[in-house]
Design a protein around this ligand. Structure first.
Ligand SMILES: NC(=O)c1ccc[n+]([C@@H]2O[C@H](COP(=O)([O-])OP(=O)(O)OC[C@H]3O[C@@H](n4cnc5c(N)ncnc54)[C@H](OP(=O)(O)O)[C@@H]3O)[C@@H](O)[C@H]2O)c1
Length: 256
């Protein structure tokens, strides 16, 4: 197996400041990588700065970069600034996402445009830019959702807008494979972050806390970000032979 060690490698973490992205940024640093910590909202700047400080404390280099990735020029700038700072990029992870839980008949044009901009458009151009700019033998990982395999009400527009990533991933893995680049999508189950709780009632949260085959063996019954970050670092290292796939890591929440 070719050497897949992370020491001295460069990771661009889209949405790398907090929650799943924040933990994954730190785990990449613990494995020896330098990390560009992307964030979007002004309210996330502090988390981004804290993540950068934590990475420097671990002993690798990091910097924070703000960008609205629904604008293609901002995707380009994020990659270019990372290359300028670190000399290249080996791994690009896109954790950006937006969730709306509503019955189809209540979804507005504005809901549709906003969620498809974050979940589909930003994801597509992130993959495209990575395909143009990653070093040979690079890795691209995009976050989707285990709801891609759910049979449930009110989750049409969220997994619907994540679904295109599955095919972007398949096509990109074929196109970029000639340069040794692995491309995958990863779909966690409902994770214990504000992203999840913001959409759920007490009753639906309770349902989800008991819905996975392995729910009883986690702290909250939901997917723990601590069980997802290592899957991302694995796909970026010894899991390099996995490419073109959408992988669910969800304790047995949905399957197909
Ligand atoms: N939590 C769950 O239940 C769950 C389950 C399965 C999959 N996922 C997926 O896992 C990923 C991480 O979710 P999380 O729970 O860790 O929540 P999160 O921290 O809120 O992640 C969402 C990220 O998307 C970024 N973002 C939103 N709009 C953006 C834009 N226009 N440009 C650039 N970035 C933008 C946010 O940045 P700012 O906050 O700075 O705007 C944030 O970093 C998401 O893709 C989500 O769809 C979540």
């Amino acid at each position: 197996m070719p050497d897949q060690k992370l020491k001295g490698k460069v990771v661009l973490m889209g949405g790398g400041a907090k929650n799943l992205g924040g933990l994954t940024s730190r785990q990449f640093a613990e494995l020896g990588a330098n990390v560009a910590v992307h964030y979007n909202s002004a309210g996330t700047k502090q988390a981004a700065d804290e993540t950068v400080a934590a990475i420097k404390q671990i002993g690798t280099d990091a910097f924070a970069i703000q960008a609205d990735l629904t604008k293609v020029s901002e995707v380009t700038r994020t990659f270019d600034e990372t290359i300028k700072r670190f000399g290249g990029i080996d791994i690009a992870v896109n954790t950006t996402g937006m969730v709306i839980k509503k019955p189809i008949i209540n979804c507005t044009e504005d809901d549709y445009d906003k969620i498809f901009a974050v979940n589909s458009k930003a994801a597509f151009f992130f993959v495209q830019e990575a395909g143009k700019k990653l070093n040979d033998r690079g890795k691209i990982i995009s976050l989707v959702s285990s709801l891609l395999a759910a049979y449930t009400d009110s989750y049409a527009i969220y997994p619907g807008s994540k679904a295109p990533i599955e095919h972007f991933t398949r096509a990109a893995s074929k196109e970029f494979g000639a340069r040794g680049i692995s491309v995958n999508a990863l779909g966690p189950g409902p994770m214990e972050t504000p992203f999840f709780y913001g959409q759920e009632s007490a009753a639906s949260a309770d349902y989800n806390q008991n819905a996975a085959a392995l729910s009883k063996f986690t702290r909250t019954g939901l997917t723990d970000i601590a069980d997802i970050a290592p899957v991302i670092t694995f796909l970026a290292t010894d899991g390099w032979w996995i490419t073109g796939q959408t992988i669910f890591a969800n304790g047995g929440y949905t399957t197909r």
